[in-house]
Design a protein around this ligand. Structure first.
Ligand SMILES: Cc1ncc(COP(=O)(O)O)c(C=O)c1O
Length: 367
């Protein structure tokens, strides 16, 4: 059996719809940041219950825009060491001062006593809602000065909930990626920012379009070309209609794995009671002595696993040695050596799930 990491299926009706929208788009000659982007922004903000949504060419360009507009170059931005490379790259490329923090070994998110890490240099905190789990931004807000900006990287948490509210619905700036492997995906690169601040939304709209004022020939702020394509916006509006169904399927797969693997020497990501994860990634944490062998065994059995993240962010940007990483970021370091992600795309069949669980059981039985 061969089980893919991701599976992109499309039905005939959707193909016909794409074809007809594409014809209209070409006829109109509107390819970038046009009516379909506007329509998606409206659709997404309505569904997500945020006041404003601003489309971008990717989450990376959206992150860069948000932090550049906040303009805290002399200060530090705090981010988790256990995150994907674009989280650091989109800041480093703009010479921002990054301070990495260790994560909680159970939730894989920044630690809940994060306020203890704040000092006079702290300008921005970027929470990363990893694998669909959600950091409690409201409880953090109560503990820190309002001069510190808290922003959210929700690239992996579309329609995850905390205290019954969608991620990004109640935030100054929440950044989403629509990269093809995400829960809500485009057929290429795309991203967005949701915000409840009208003035900030206006600045973002200008920033993604070189910094230009929307109607007159004037610069609002220096910006870049970070606009969303019409084609991607059209695909996103189409996929947005399926997001709740897809997230519900992921939730069932998550439950299936947990039910069938819970007696094995495996740890699952801890999701607090007030959080409903969108199950973007299903990870298992095993003793590091098993990790590479188990991963190889699963791959040789035709199962599309992945490992997020073998290299911690400080080892890319600050070239820290293993000894330093282990000392400064013990939990992140341990996760990087013991985690494996199993397939969780919505089109996984029961037969495939059963096969994956059986293979994992065989591995531990034979060890
Ligand atoms: C948490 C997080 N932030 C940022 C990104 C970057 O997204 P994009 O590829 O849309 O720039 C990703 C995608 O991998 C991500 O998972």
């Amino acid at each position: 059996m061969r089980i893919l990491k991701n599976n992109f299926s499309i039905n005939k009706k959707e193909l016909i719809k794409i074809n007809s929208s594409l014809r209209k788009m070409i006829k109109k000659g509107a390819f970038i940041n046009g009516p379909l982007v506007k329509k998606f922004e409206k659709n997404f903000s309505q569904k997500n219950r945020a006041k404003y949504c601003v489309g971008f060419s990717s989450s990376s360009t959206a992150i860069s825009s948000v932090v550049n507009i906040l303009n805290k170059k002399k200060k530090e931005i705090l981010i988790p060491a256990f995150s994907p490379i674009p989280v650091a790259a989109s800041l480093k490329n703009y010479n921002l001062n990054i301070r990495y923090l260790d994560v909680d070994k159970e939730t894989f998110l920044l630690k809940s006593n994060l306020q203890n890490e704040i000092d006079s240099k702290t300008g921005i905190i970027m929470l990363v809602h990893l694998f669909g789990n959600v950091f409690d931004i409201n409880s953090l807000k109560k503990k820190i000065s309002s001069k510190i900006n808290i922003i959210e990287d929700s690239s992996q948490a579309h329609f995850s909930k905390i205290n019954n509210k969608y991620v990004g619905s109640n935030s100054f700036a929440s950044i989403f990626s629509f990269y093809p492997t995400k829960n809500l995906f485009a057929y290429g690169d795309a991203g967005c920012v949701t915000t409840n601040n009208q003035n900030f939304a206006k600045k973002l709209r200008a920033y993604r379009n070189y910094g230009l004022h929307p109607s007159i020939d004037k610069l609002l702020n220096f910006g870049n070309n970070f606009r969303m394509d019409e084609f991607q916006a059209m695909i996103l509006s189409m996929n947005l209609k399926k997001i709740f169904r897809f997230n519900a399927l992921r939730s069932k797969i998550n439950d299936y794995y947990k039910y069938h693997l819970s007696d094995l020497p495996i740890q699952f990501q801890k999701i607090e009671k007030n959080v409903k994860s969108n199950n973007h990634v299903f990870s298992i944490v095993v003793d590091s002595k098993y990790r590479n062998r188990l991963n190889k065994f699963l791959m040789n059995s035709g199962i599309g696993t992945s490992i997020y993240y073998q290299k911690l962010l400080p080892s890319f940007t600050d070239e820290l040695t293993e000894t330093k990483l282990k000392k400064n970021f013990p939990n992140a370091f341990s996760l990087s050596k013991s985690i494996i992600n199993l397939p969780i795309h919505p089109s996984l069949s029961l037969k495939e799930l059963d096969y994956i669980c059986k293979k994992i059981r065989i591995f531990f039985k034979n060890d």
